[in-house]
Design a protein around this ligand. Structure first.
Ligand code: SAM
Length: 374
């Protein structure tokens, strides 16, 4: 049975493993970058279609030691690449090295490309071409301390990019991060959510897609595994049929997004419409520091600015102090989940954190923090 690997951002592996288990997938080892799961190809289709937290599903196809490029070539040659490619298709190879005797990543990628080219030339007299930007199939080779792993990508594009985000703002949150944070918050899908600094609205749009049971894979056109000749097309058709049949109007609760910048709200509204969830989210211009609760009972999920530009210092100190003041004044009893990119600002809230999860948000070491407002 194939053993697949689902990748995600650091800090979200456990949430991803939980999510995959909820689809009845047989999850194995969980590490910092994701988790493995074992199952038939239908499970690979399931994970690609349903996972909100994975960024990619790959299939490790070879593990071997190598100290020289010739050894590497001989090992890679053992695999039959005609399983994934035809001469008319395109492919790419991404190589990464960490503390290996072979030191040049470009040579590493070139050697794997040579194996594939030689294999096809020998068998068909023609070979598939390389397309670094939009290939039909991607291969990854990763070497660490002279141990190599070669994987084939089954997704084809980042699963995080649902495609509803035509409009964007400064520092938007990636879609899979938003979905992972919602899962970590333990949101019960009954409590209304409020994002007082919603930017392009990613947290709320992902929440609305959960409410409607819309699987993120339905936004994508074609997955790489659909090119593989040994994966029957009916298998994907069956899975997508099940996923589409599950879509529903869902619980009748509202989600509320606010931002002080009108342009950001315009982006959020357009994105929510594109995702088909515009009717579930109310976006309004407001200042978080004076905002009053739009509903009696709800939960705040938000990603306030944490600023990296010069001149932000004074503005951010004020923002965090004033926002905390407003939370204590108007949101007593509420649960607040906030993604913080810098503890320098969070300290100005003067709130006691109940929980803190380290999360990598686009390369920034963040914390997803839970506060209970007294
Ligand atoms: C880091 S961005 C949020 C990004 C968002 N999670 C997304 O996916 O696009 C922070 C947002 O807070 C907004 N903001 C800053 N100060 C605010 C305030 N006092 N009231 C309301 N919104 C504010 C900014 O306009 C910006 O859109």
């Amino acid at each position: 049975m194939p053993v697949f690997y689902a990748s995600t951002s650091r800090g979200l592996s456990e949430a991803l493993a939980d999510e995959l288990k909820s689809f009845d997938l047989k999850v194995g080892k969980v590490d910092k970058q994701g988790c493995s799961f074992e199952g038939p190809w239908a499970d690979c289709a399931k994970a690609n279609l349903r996972s909100r937290i994975a960024t990619r599903i790959s299939l490790p196809i070879l593990d071997f030691p190598a100290y020289k490029v010739e050894e590497l070539y001989d090992n890679v040659k053992k695999h039959d690449f005609t399983r994934y490619l035809t001469p008319k298709m395109t492919f790419s190879i991404k190589a990464k090295l960490n503390d290996c005797a072979i030191t040049d990543q470009r040579i590493l990628a070139m050697k794997v490309k040579d194996v594939i080219a030689d294999q096809f030339n020998d068998k068909f007299g023609v070979r598939p071409s390389v397309d670094k930007k939009l290939p039909n199939v991607r291969f990854f080779i990763f070497g660490s301390k002279n141990e190599y792993r070669l994987s084939v990508d089954t997704s084809g594009h980042s699963l995080s990019q649902r495609g509803y985000r035509g409009e964007t703002v400064e520092a938007p949150m990636r879609e899979h991060v938003a979905a992972g944070l919602l899962r970590l918050s333990g949101w019960d899908m009954k409590t209304p959510l409020v994002d007082p600094m919603c930017g392009s609205g990613t947290l709320l749009i992902e929440a609305a897609l959960m409410l409607k049971s819309v699987s993120p894979g339905t936004f994508h056109k074609k997955f790489s595994f659909q090119h593989f000749e040994h994966v029957p097309p009916e298998l994907f058709d069956d899975e997508i049929e099940k996923v589409l049949a599950e879509e529903a109007e869902g619980p009748d609760i509202k989600l509320y997004g606010f931002d002080k910048v009108g342009l950001n709200l315009k982006a959020a509204t357009a994105n929510a419409e594109e995702a088909g969830v515009g009717h579930l989210i109310e976006f309004k211009k407001a200042n978080a520091v004076t905002l009053e609760p739009p509903v009696a009972d709800g939960m705040i999920v938000t990603n306030p600015p944490y600023g990296v530009r010069l001149g932000d210092e004074f503005f951010l100190e004020e923002l965090y102090k004033d926002w905390a003041h407003n939370l204590k004044k108007n949101f007593s009893g509420w649960h607040v989940w906030m993604l913080s990119g810098d503890p320098k600002w969070t300290q100005f809230l003067r709130l006691k954190a109940e929980k803190r999860y380290p999360i990598d948000n686009g390369g920034v070491d963040c914390r997803w923090i839970h506060y209970r407002i007294k």
